[in-house]
Design a protein around this ligand. Sequence first.
Ligand code: UD1
Length: 421
Amino acid sequence: MQKLIIEGGYPLTGTIRISGAKNAVLKLMAAALLGKGKFVIRDVPAIKDVYTMIGVLTALGVKAELTDSVLTLEVDQITGEAPTDLVQEMRASIQVMGPLLARLGWVKIAKPGGCAIGDRPIDLHLRNLERLGAVIEEEHGFITARCSRLIGQEISLDFPSVGATENLMMAATLAKGKTVIYNAAREPEIVDIQNFLNQMGAKIYGAGTSVIVIEGIDEKHLGGAEYTVIPDRIEAGTYLLAAAITRGNITLENVNPQHIQVLLSKLTETNSRLSIGLNKITLESGRIIQPANIITLPYPGFATDLQPQFMSLVTLANGSSVIKETVYSRRFGHVEELRRMGADIQLDTNSAIVRGVKQLSGAAVRAMDLRAGAALVIAGLAAHGTTEITGVEHIMRGYERLVEKLQGVGAKINLVSEEGN
Ligand code: UD1
């Protein structure tokens, strides 16, 4: 079993280079299934989720290799039957459904289950693929979808789901005619998929707004692509929050400040000073952390994937903060663990009231999911004494070279392996 051991109390100082965005690259990899050819994707983080997606693509018949942040994919003949074990390991695998269905006319994939942060149905994906002409059956834990050629339609999403928007964009790329997605998700990762698909030969516009138009094209017009993934805004936010809680000064490179506007304004509210460059951010912490309220919302609102880490910061604020979670019903797995470290947090359905305390103290805690784990790392970096975090596998799903990056800016953090339980 692996544990992260953190000795808290050292201000982070120095420079961190942000990796390519996990939540973009996983979808670009799925999108590659739509066309035959060679793909070269740069700035791909070497993290567990990327390796899981490589496993999924390999099982589907793709040749994949990741070396020095460059992912090469060779896509030719593929199958529509996704590997159950890997799909169950990572929910994002469901994103292969749209491309496989559109290209092959069939797909069979295990139904994703619930997860630690709340119910995560895929009804919006399925219902709207049906609108495009898919016939979908759910039986024995599997989803089977079939179609002849998908037909472009006007689609209105009940909620701007990131995954549903992406699956539908990919499926509609090869549909006959035009598809318009209303109330589409506006996340930067959606723009990245649009750009990638367009580089493959697709005709999509509007990503980044709530109306996306996909002019369906013929398979023969789609080919390979060379592409560089956008920087990971959640990784960037995590390190800014880590610096702020340790009263440090750090500079992030390879970051797009526009992608984390709301976080930056909340960091200012909590008393950090920021200087913003084109793809660079420097944070200088104030001595006192001021409280701040947040409400998570679809982009451009405050990202739910930064809510747990932000909560860690305000556990040490000079007053009370209210944190409201509107995207995932149960995303408070970090609360009990933060309390174990001395945080004063009161939970009320989807809100948390965090009363700032003078100090956190190191404790043995467990990461329940990826971002909850990041929140515990942040708390551990500021806590008095030693924090031991288990459930490290969740954290490693999404943060490339986390330990090395933090050590590089002065954190006392180590990954240790222990025998037995
Ligand atoms: C993606 C991100 C995840 C992030 C989330 C919201 C990846 C791999 N994951 O997840 O890190 O937290 O966006 O920013 O990119 N919903 C439905 N029906 C559906 C689909 C979604 O009810 O068919 C609900 C979900 O249960 C959830 C909300 O919509 O409450 C948001 O989900 P969605 O935007 O789809 O998130 P993901 O794409 O799964």
